[in-house]
Design a protein around this ligand. Structure first.
Ligand code: NAP
Length: 466
């Protein structure tokens, strides 16, 4: 049975927190369905939309970024408003949202990263991949970070696709990046980089690598560096040999096996891919100078997979720069349930659960905040559609949060203005977007991003776009 909420006179009011892929796919699904009238407000803590598509996807992967064309179309649908530069828990509170919206969708992603918990992890020179990726992509959070690229030897820990991005950016000839949207400060620093050797450390074997075949192939095909692998390390252990490998895993094994036969190569830079190797200690005089690693063997994890255990055989790598790339995790939002162990928002098929495991009516979650940091951009579409299905079912059944909702469209912008929050509309963003493209054209690049929030806001205010 339809409730009065969801009619043209009183659309279902939805707040989506986060304007990355999962947020936009949720908005798309809500606005393109025909059952209910819906009004969607998307909030983002940055003045710029698109989450990891802008701040995560590597600058040499421009094709992947073209997905924003879809999000731009969604942004132009009637019923959608964008409020950039509004941080939940700081500029607006969850309680405010509960008073102004029938449903809230957390599309906040995973903004932090997992740690290794090894001695020396916090020595200068040790960084998260998150920081490096944010830095080269011009994310304001990482604008002031510095990386000592004067070091000749670096290590990247973890062999997922983020590790591949970090390794590629270090191993590539920076000239390849000149025309991309890489942040100007990062391009300048990479041009002076002295990094020659990158140890890429996987704790399990070649059959368990988390990278995609395309990503490891790309590292192997770089003009500027050789991918060097010890043939002994690509030999499969008994458990991996006995396992039924997925087509992707088989491709990965075949590729590294072929590469391992090519030896050292003659290129200036080397990516040394090491399997069954775990870092156990970072050390140095005031900064990282050495990374002690332990050789692993693989044993059954009792759940049909394999896990790595140390063998007590150690080696020390002389590295001055370390990037840990062992997965992302979410950070809690004040007054929103959080599963600290899993690093995500507890939920049942997208319906947020409170501390006692009960459904919190009217609150939902999508993307990495829902399922953890897995999958490609497109994975988020089906995932958001599934959450929206639950939202529409709940709306149709009248299952909402407890309090009354102020449905005045102007109430939230009014509240923000009253609190002195300079929020950014989608038109403001388009103005900034054009300006970035113009600045890029002057430098022969796809775009030159603004990388500091005050600069973004002044550029919008000055309406510098012709
Ligand atoms: P990921 O795919 O989960 O890879 C994490 C890596 O860290 C794995 O190799 C994992 O090894 C390792 N690891 C975890 N804990 C460790 C520890 N304590 N010590 C040593 N190694 C450890 O995560 P991600 O690379 O951050 O990527 C996140 C998601 O984004 C993935 O779905 C990825 O495909 C996607 N992504 C895609 C692209 C692209 O398509 N171009 C680019 C970037 C990211 P185990 O396997 O042994 O756990």
């Amino acid at each position: 049975m339809l409730t009065s909420k969801g009619t043209p006179g009183r659309p279902l009011r939805v707040a989506i927190i986060g304007s990355g892929p999962s947020g936009f796919y949720a908005a798309e699904s809500l606005l393109r369905q025909k059952e209910l009238s819906v009004a969607v407000d998307i909030f983002d803590r940055l003045p710029t939309p698109y989450g990891l598509v802008r701040g995560g996807v590597a600058p040499d992967h421009q094709k992947i970024k073209s997905v924003v064309i879809v999000y731009e179309k969604v942004a132009s649908l009637p019923g959608l408003r964008f409020f950039g530069n509004v941080k939940l828990g700081q500029d607006i509170q969850v309680g405010d949202l509960r008073r102004h919206y029938d449903q809230i969708v957390y599309a906040v992603g995973n903004e932090s990263d997992r740690r290794l918990s090894i001695p020396g992890e916090d020595l200068p020179g040790n960084h998260s991949a998150t920081a490096f990726v944010g830095w080269y992509n011009g994310h304001p959070d990482y604008r002031e970070q510095t990386f000592d690229l004067g070091q000749e030897n670096a290590a990247v820990i973890g062999i997922g696709n983020v590790a591949m991005d970090v390794t590629r950016i270090l191993a590539r000839d920076p000239a390849d990046l000149e025309k991309t949207d890489i942040a100007g400060h990062a391009l300048a620093a990479l041009k002076k980089s002295k990094v020659k050797t990158i140890y890429l450390l996987g704790r399990r074997g070649p059959a368990q690598a988390a990278y995609s075949p395309a990503e490891i192939n790309e590292i192997g095909e770089l003009q500027s560096s050789d991918l060097v692998i010890d043939p002994k390390e690509v030999e499969l252990d008994a458990l991996s040999r006995a396992a039924l490998l997925s087509p992707e895993d088989k491709k990965n094994v075949d590729y590294v096996t072929a590469r391992s036969k090519l030896g050292e190569g003659a290129k200036e830079k080397k990516v040394r891919l090491r399997f069954c190797s775990s870092p156990v200690e970072a050390s140095g005089n005031g900064r990282i100078e050495k990374l002690k690693i332990e050789k692993n063997k693989l044993i059954s994890d009792g759940k049909g997979g394999v896990k790595a255990v140390g063998t007590g055989v150690y080696e020390t790598l002389p590295v001055g720069l370390v990037f840990r790339s062992v997965g992302y995790r979410g950070i809690p939002i004040p007054n929103v349930p959080f599963d600290d162990k899993g690093g995500k928002i507890p939920n049942a098929q997208g319906r947020v659960l409170d501390a006692s495991g009960q459904i919190l009516p009217g609150e939902y979650v999508v993307g990495w905040a829902k399922r953890g940091p897995s999958g490609l951009i497109g994975t988020n579409r089906a995932d958001s559609v599934a959450t929206v299905k639950a939202m529409l079912e709940d709306a149709a059944a009248g299952r909402f949060g407890g309090g009354s909702v102020n449905a005045d469209d102007e109430a939230v912008p009014g509240l923000l203005t009253q609190s002195g929050i300079r929020f950014v509309s989608f038109n403001d963003w388009k103005c900034l977007d054009r300006l970035e493209v113009q600045r890029g054209a002057q430098a022969g690049k796809i775009r030159e991003k603004f990388t500091r929030i005050p600069e973004m806001l002044s550029a919008i205010s000055a309406k510098l776009v012709s």
